[in-house]
Design a protein around this ligand. Structure first.
Ligand SMILES: *Cc1c(COP(=O)(O)O)cnc(C)c1O
Length: 406
């Protein structure tokens, strides 16, 4: 008899976006003429940069001629892309990362979900709260937790974010072997300083632990003091894997390309406490289970790394950042203390109400869709997330409507 993986039944149905959709639909049926403005979901809205579109077109034509056709690509990504990434994203910022430490993938969701396969089942996992759900659910599926009670799984170490710590928790007092960190953060928009990341690197080095650093939003950083990469912290290479994506930086959510960095000297340990390099395990995992990103998409990603592409991406992100600033200024003028909004497309704040009640208020009184903070974890209770992913015009209209409600 074929039995299902019992760990899947432990997963708390994440009703968040389904419940948002249900409430929006109900409201629209009651009010068919209402023009809703969506500032809820974390998906980009503006077109691909022109440099990427040109590269996609050119590469597609190459695929259409025998002389330039390409079949399976190299296991970990084409050299042209890995070199462009190493140079533009790391060496240009003084980070020691070489092309053969970069592993191209179809996005950071897959990589952050898959990486746990190369760790022992007994690894003690620390996650932030509020959290990007992939970090938690992938470990639940693997069997690294007990059942959930009151929104938290037995066996996970939760790192609580709040206004006091600015949503940048300190390393835990209790033991943990691996931690997921995400800065600029989804959902809170918080950024971590060099000093804060340095405390995490020191903690990992002292405790034989590993940092999984999700930098999907690094391109939104404008403050020159805020690090873009964990590798800007001395000593991080041995204790950190970094995840990046073209999704939010170049509008690739529907095009699909990301990568992770596993430095050659990054280590975990075997049962006898001997250091084991992680890179060969990740190579083994990827070459067994993944067959690469399409050639045209890798060319488009390369184009996003060109000087022209970088300028176009910057302009795209500047537009979202200007929206985020409008939202933050609006809320702060009304006495709400915001996290994010400055080096991030997300604005997060304490609404002073129960999360879903506040969501309903904005939906019903202003026709504006947001995301209730409680959907990202217990520490999100009473909070609200507004995203900058929309047109300037729609954000201005949304704020006009919210002006009469808040
Ligand atoms: C959007 C996002 C990603 C990127 O996901 P892709 O699979 O690359 O589209 C990764 N991490 C976080 C926290 C995100 O919000």
């Amino acid at each position: 008899m074929i039995r299902v993986n019992p760990n899947y039944s432990k997963i708390q149905a994440n009703y968040l976006f389904a419940e948002v959709a249900r409430r929006v639909k109900a409201y629209q049926e009651e009010n068919p003429s209402a023009q809703l403005i969506r500032l809820g979901i974390g998906d980009v809205t503006r077109a691909l940069p022109a440099a990427c579109v040109e590269a996609l077109e050119k590469a597609s034509r190459e695929m259409g001629a025998d002389a330039t056709f390409r079949g399976y690509g190299p296991d970990y990504g084409y050299a042209f892309l890995r070199e462009a990434i190493a140079e533009g994203d790391f060496r240009a910022r003084g980070c020691d990362v070489s092309p053969d430490e970069i592993f191209v993938s179809d996005g950071a969701k897959c990589d952050t979900g898959n990486i746990q396969e190369i760790f022992d089942l007994s690894a003690r996992v620390a996650v932030p709260d509020p959290v990007y759900p992939v970090y938690v659910d992938s470990n639940v599926m693997a069997g690294r937790t007990g059942p959930a009670a009151d929104g938290r799984y037995a066996g996970l170490v939760y790192l609580e974010g709040n206004e006091e710590n600015g949503y940048v928790p300190e390393p835990p007092q209790e033991p943990a072997d691996v931690v997921y960190l995400c800065y600029p953060n989804n959902p809170t928009g918080a950024v971590a300083t060099k000093a804060q990341l340095a405390r995490w690197v020191a903690w990992a080095r002292e405790n034989g632990a590993l940092i999984l650093f999700d930098a999907a939003y690094e391109a939104f950083i404008r403050d020159p003091e805020i690090p873009h990469s964990i590798y800007e912290i001395p000593g991080a290479r041995e204790v950190a894997v970094e995840f990046r994506s073209f999704s939010k930086t170049a509008g690739f959510t529907g095009t699909r390309c990301g990568y992770c960095v596993v430095p050659s000297d990054c280590r975990a340990f075997d049962a006898d406490g001997n250091a084991v390099p992680l890179q060969p395990l990740w190579k083994r995992r990827q070459s067994t289970k993944f067959n690469g990103v399409s050639y045209p998409v890798q060319r488009a990603a390369e184009a996003a790394c060109s000087p022209e592409g970088r300028a176009q991406c910057r302009e795209l992100i500047d537009g979202y950042l200007a929206n985020a600033r409008l939202v933050t200024d609006f809320l702060e003028a009304r006495g709400y203390r915001c996290t994010g909004g400055r080096n991030s497309p997300y604005v997060w704040f304490d609404s002073g109400m129960e999360s879903w009640a506040f969501f309903d208020k904005l939906l019903r009184e202003a026709g504006v869709v947001t995301t209730p903070g409680s959907g990202f974890g217990r520490a999100g209770a009473g909070r609200c997330r507004i995203t900058a992913f929309n047109s300037r015009e729609n954000v201005e209209r949304a704020l006009e409507r919210l002006g009469s409600v808040l």
